[in-house]
Design a binder for this molecule. Sequence first.
Ligand code: SF4
Length: 266
Amino acid sequence: MNDIQKEFIEIVADVRAHLEYRRALGIKTIEVNTLDVRTLRAQPATVTVPQEKTVIAAAAPPVVKETAKIMTATQTGQPMTLDAIREEMGDCTRCKLSGGRKNIVFGEGDPKAVIVFVGEGPGFEEDQQGRPFVGEAGQLLTDIIEKGMKIKRAEVYICNIVKCRPPGNRNPEPDEVESCIGFVKEQIRAINPKVIVTLGNVPTQNLLNTKQGITKIRGTWQSYEGIPVMPTFHPAYLLRSPGEKKKVWEDIQLVMKRLGMAVPAK
Ligand code: SF4
């Protein structure tokens, strides 16, 4: 065995020890850049060293963290269709939320909607059904749209910052948002709405790239890529704090006025 072979085997042993240490800590992801991800996907998850020894045999395929980059859109400069974005997403394993989901919750509604509502992530019911905002909080959002705005839910578009359910309905973690947010940005690009309504802190802070809390920023016009954004409370918060519904209705009225919709007197 020559020096290069010895060095290679030492490096592989170090990597293996590091991966086993991470696994012992309960860390099931590895971070690699996009190019590496594509290389990994093109190859088996093993590294073969001289003398036909196979190492780094992971017990389960690693979940890789990859920022959602959608090549078609960035290459052509043209928005993708929603179907093409969904196809690009595939059976996504770009972040660790893939491990606990039942369904990817892509989003639904009119592909040419004037209003896009963006929440933070699917909850239990959404994960079960693969549809956004279908639980108790979803019913409240539907009421805001149909009883308040007097339009059909199918006329707007509803989606989330992350497409897979965070365990226990916790907030998505920064690495999960980073991995997934490219998809919602492409969805917005595809739809090109006249107004975006962000529901709660997670979509507001991540789309607007701000640390301002929803309590302060709600009810004030913001902008994302030239599209007016109205941040407001998440319906799940309204279920816990029904006294805040009035503020959301005020925010929605601002949206309606901006779009030239008739606002009910009461
Ligand atoms: S949350 Fe988004 S990035 Fe993470 S696995 Fe689901 S679709 Fe992929």
